[in-house]
Design a protein. Sequence first.
Length: 175
Amino acid sequence: MDISVLVLQIVTILVSITSLIVSFISTLVENRKKHYIKIVTEQRLKNKEIVRKSISDILSFAHPCIVSEFDENSMKNCCARASDVESILKRFYKEDAAVLNATDQLLDVLQKWLNKTASAEEVESARKALLYEYSVYDFSDWQFIKSQSTGKRSGSDDFDAIYAQSKKNFSSSAF
């Protein structure tokens, strides 16, 4: 056997082994990335559903059609839903704080309504403020989840930019 053929076979074997190793590492990295995105996206969607349901419940208790039936039990339910929201959103993020503060304001007005020291207009105003803040947050969160699901790692700065743009596009007078 000629030495050049032997060297060529060794080089071919080394290239094949290197190719297999690079392919394996590349696949491993890509799978980790996909797994991370899947876990993060699924958790964000779960959190989004909890917040959406809780805010919806609070808004329904304050709806003009049924606020006249608001009682102590309704207040307890609203506080429980607000706690659900608070367990997911964090006050140290200004976008989250906007929703939490609007929730707190509505709860305060509902407590005054219960004590007969607030008007229906005050309840509706606080309700609309929460609806506005949550609508901006929800829309921004959905846009963020969509961008994240494409495989791009996104952080709070990306969400902040999406939120700022959404806030510009949403008119509070429409609520």
